[in-house]
Design a protein around this ligand. Structure first.
Ligand SMILES: [Fe+2]
Ligand SMILES: [Fe+2]
Length: 165
């Protein structure tokens, strides 16, 4: 069994992952509405990954004998600015998620729950990948600056995500 404190912290994290999914769905639609179909597709795949993260945490709470309680998911912003700003916002968001996961790991330590710490290790590694992928896109978009032809090339490249090679 998990402690009530651990359960509450994990359930709150399910809501956070759902918010990530919702935020990226909003960003995806925003990109598509601004002719960036490729980045829209990349974000749609990311949306799906965040849903998986939420389910993974929820399933874990149930597996540990918990009684999951889900909260409300706030609406994401409607305006994200230029394409570089979309991914800067995504990177900033992922950094906050990383901090939250590290805090969950610390809570598991304080609650003397080594099983939960092992479970959270997957998420800790996942965040390294998430931040690295987001940083790469932000770096490339900053490099491209105001050159539309280069931005559209990146859009095409990132639109290949989730498609068979
Ligand atoms: Fe996530
Ligand atoms: Fe993420």
């Amino acid at each position: 069994m998990i402690t009530p404190k651990m359960q509450d912290a994990l359930c709150a994290h399910v809501d956070q992952e759902m918010y990530s999914a919702y935020l990226y769905l909003g960003m995806s639609a925003y990109c598509e509405a601004h002719a960036y179909k490729g980045f829209g597709r990349w974000l749609r795949v990311q949306h799906g990954e965040e849903l998986e993260h939420a389910r993974k945490v929820l399933d874990y709470v149930v597996a540990r004998g918990g009684q999951p309680a889900l909260g409300a998911i706030p609406a994401p912003p409607r305006e994200f600015g230029a394409i570089t700003q979309v991914f800067e916002a995504l990177l900033a968001h992922e950094r906050r998620v990383t901090e939250r996961i590290h805090a969950l790991h610390a809570t598991a330590g304080a609650e003397k729950d080594p099983a939960c710490q092992v479970f959270l290790q997957w998420f800790i590694s996942e965040q390294v990948e998430e931040e690295s992928a987001a940083t790469e896109i932000v770096d490339k978009l900053r490099m491209v600056g105001d050159r539309p032809s280069a931005a559209l090339y990146l859009d095409k490249e990132y639109g290949k995500r989730g498609k068979a090679a």
